[in-house]
Design a protein around this ligand. Structure first.
Ligand code: PLP
Length: 493
């Protein structure tokens, strides 16, 4: 029951929504969401609308007076739900899957209710400690040593940016934190190294960290889209001779285009010898390290200074959640901590005041959904599902390879396949255009959503699995549709 004061304030148009109204609405929203998840396949994966359609259906001016929740939720159901691209749909096989599973969604709701801002322990005691615990649980599940500490961020882009800033901070005599990088002819220019297949977020980090795109040197890959370590060694030698200061190497475990894997042990050897920071971007594929049988692919990553892995990619965690692991937390804190008087706290020993290790002061309570998910599924539940996605991808790869005219274009140790249809008589460019048409034809059905990339300059279609809602018949379905569209497009010439 609302008290008298609350009622008076409500009559004056003050205060929050009545808590009993909130309860009723929350039940209704829970039903709406369960109905959505139960009926996902009623929707096209990508809505058939033109840019601007959704806004054209909504009031351009903000409502001045309160509107009834009925009307708001009605518009949500009519205009928003059907007009999103359905990442939850089992036919969403584009980019890297990002699926929100039930227990994770519940965690998001509870976190929203608590609205805990995980800046420092005093302001967020349980949330801070659950984040510490979840980071430790994930580290253990991945088979990484206790020497790794870490935290959660929103995205791999930010996790990598923080690591590059930390790597920069470790360059002797540079002190970019205090002195900045501009107008200092006495310091050599910094150089980081990454393969030609590494993700654009790393180059963006170089831009933001003052390294610049010229300071991010791309190293060629071999036929499996893995960095060539000898080319990396040559580049570092050449750069030192030319006056650059090499300070960071990024190892990719699971490139975005093809899931190529750099040799972490070779890169670790080079970084240790050259005294350079080693950062591993395993944003998607890092999840596979949950499986002991996949760990050989990661050999040497335990020697890295920092590792990023996104639970919101292949660990069916609601967006957003990125795990950043590092071996020397103090470098991050030294590089980034600024504690003005108004943020000074007494409780600093034995707990993390997380804002000191990153850029943002305000931080979401992302650990709650992971704490719930890890308990709900159990580590073995994660392993079973990841193993099953890998099985689905292997089986699909075998079928594609056995089909005349179709080719698998890259190794596929995880759950992503790069494939290409090469009907007889088409030259390479014609074949590129053909594959683009095949993918567009598949997507136009609304039953599946695939994306593409270029490997060695050739257009390939990517199929990414990893949605716990996708059953074998969905994988069979996309393959049947690809073959059908391939044949139809080839017949049309
Ligand atoms: N690194 C890799 C290998 C990726 O595939 C991606 C995104 O797909 C990213 C980094 C960027 O991830 P985020 O969107 O979390 O910044």
């Amino acid at each position: 029951m609302a008290d008298k004061d609350h009622l008076q304030r409500a009559q004056l148009g003050l205060g929050d929504m009545d808590v009993e109204d909130f309860r009723a609405a929350a039940h209704r929203v829970a039903d709406q969401m369960a109905d959505y998840l139960a009926g996902l396949e009623r929707h096209r994966v990508v809505p058939d609308i033109e840019p601007g359609f959704v806004r054209s259906q909504m009031s351009a001016a903000p409502p001045d007076e309160p509107e009834a929740l009925d009307a708001i939720l009605g518009d949500y159901a009519r205009l928003i739900e059907p007009n999103i691209t359905h990442w939850q749909h089992p036919g969403y096989m584009a980019y890297f899957c990002s699926t929100a599973t039930g227990p994770g969604i519940l965690g998001e709701w509870l976190a929203a209710g608590l609205n805990s801002n995980v800046m420092f322990w005093k302001n967020a005691p349980a949330s801070t400690e659950v984040e510490e615990l979840v980071v430790s649980w994930l580290r253990q599940m991945l088979g990484l040593p206790e020497s790794f500490d870490g935290m959660l961020t929103d995205t791999a882009s930010i996790s990598s940016l923080l690591s590059i800033v930390a790597a920069r901070h470790r360059v002797p005599g540079l002190d970019a934190r205090e002195k900045g990088l501009s107008g200092r002819p006495e310091t050599g220019r910094l150089r980081m190294y990454l393969s030609t297949e590494a993700h654009s977020s790393l180059e963006k980090a170089a831009i933001v960290a003052g390294i610049g795109r010229e300071g991010a040197r791309r190293i060629p890959c071999d036929e499996h889209f893995a960095i060539v370590p000898e080319a990396l060694e040559d580049a570092i030698r050449e750069d030192r001779a030319a006056g650059w200061t090499p300070f960071c190497v990024v190892a990719m475990v699971g490139t975005t285009s093809s899931t190529g894997i750099d040799s972490c042990s070779r890169i670790a050897e080079i970084c240790e010898r050259e005294k350079i920071w080693m950062h591993v971007d395993a944003a998607y594929a890092g999840t596979a390290a949950l499986l002991p049988e996949k760990r050989p692919l990661f050999e040497g990553w335990e020697r890295a200074d920092s590792i990023v892995l996104n639970p919101h990619k292949w660990m069916f965690t609601p967006f957003d959640a990125s795990l950043l692991l590092f071996r020397d937390a103090e470098v991050y804190r030294d590089a980034l901590s600024l504690v003005p008087e108004y943020l000074r706290v007494k409780e600093t020993s034995g707990v993390h005041n997380f804002h000191e290790y990153g850029i943002q002061l305000g931080r979401r309570f992302r650990a709650l959904k992971l704490w719930i998910m890890i308990r709900y599924f159990g580590a073995e539940g994660f392993r079973r599902r990841i193993r099953d996605f890998c099985r689905q991808a292997q089986e699909l790869g075998t079928k594609v390879a056995a089909e005349p005219g179709w080719r698998v274009m890259a190794p596929h140790p995880f759950s992503t396949l790069c494939i290409r249809h090469e009907p007889e008589g088409l030259g390479p460019e014609e074949c590129d255009a053909h594959n683009e048409r095949v993918m567009e034809a598949v997507n136009a059905t609304g039953r599946y959503f695939l994306s593409h990339t270029k490997l060695d300059g050739r257009y390939v279609i990517r199929v990414t699995l990893g949605n716990p809602r996708a059953q074998d018949h969905h994988v069979d379905g996309v393959w049947a549709l690809l073959k059908e569209c391939g044949s139809a497009q080839a017949a049309q010439g």
